[in-house]
Unconditional design. Structure first.
Length: 228
């Protein structure tokens, strides 16, 4: 293979991907708002249950109610703020990325040209795919079996993924995958079973789906074989 195996390009989003971006933006924005609403509902439900018990049995005096409410607020308000501060930045960044791509109408197209230089490494929650990204680096893809990932459920599991050309799209930041197709000539599947999946993942630097690892394929393959 003389071409660089893995390339990306920023392109206008096809209509179906634009619709998918709109749906994902609404979904994530709704989830961000819903998290705090759900916590607030839990708090209301707890106090409501206590109030009903009090009305039924008269077990809490007014002064005790004041102490209960103020004491709970001292505990719950900081918990809500901590939850918001810990979960909001990542969610807000994702929503901002989706909205920016919607506004620009652009997405990132990924093209991967495959040959025998690849390995599928099964693990508890799916399968890792490793192959050359360029002469000095290796592409890491994590096909999940537990998140409804179509690459695993519709392509890998059915044997349709074993083709020479993979094409998919993502947000321009690469954070969200949008669509996947495998076509071209058949490529025999090469599977390497890792002796210790967790150790393998950590040895690779704990990459995430779509990361490019700064190790050439020959070195990566030797490493995989040694740990199999």
């Amino acid at each position: 293979m003389t071409e660089v195996p893995y390339t990306t390009a920023t392109v206008p989003a096809p209509p179906e991907l634009r619709a998918q971006l709109e749906g994902l933006t609404g979904q994530h924005a709704g989830a961000a708002r819903g998290g705090l609403r759900q916590m607030a509902l839990v708090v209301v439900a707890v106090f409501g249950a206590i109030a009903l018990l009090d009305l039924a049995f008269g077990i809490i005096e007014t002064a005790h109610w004041v102490v209960l409410v103020l004491g709970s607020a001292i505990l719950l308000v900081p918990m809500l703020l901590i939850h918001r501060r810990s979960s909001a930045p990542e969610a807000d960044a994702l929503i901002d990325d989706l909205r920016a791509d919607l506004a620009s109408g652009l997405v990132l197209r990924h093209t991967l040209l495959r040959d025998e230089r690849h390995a599928f490494v099964p693990h508890e929650h799916g399968v890792i795919h490793l192959c050359p990204a360029d002469p000095a680096r290796t592409l890491f893809l994590d096909l999940s079996s537990v998140t409804g990932d179509p690459r695993h459920d519709q392509w890998y599991a059915e044997g349709l993924i074993d083709r020479a050309r993979w094409t998919w799209f993502s947000t321009t930041s690469g954070a969200v995958q949008l669509g996947f197709e495998a076509d071209g000539a058949p490529v025999p599947r090469r599977v390497i079973d890792a002796a210790d999946e967790t150790a393998l993942f950590e040895a690779l630097g704990s990459p995430t789906d779509g990361d490019v690892i700064a190790r050439p394929w020959a070195e990566m393959e030797a490493f995989l074989r040694a740990g199999a």
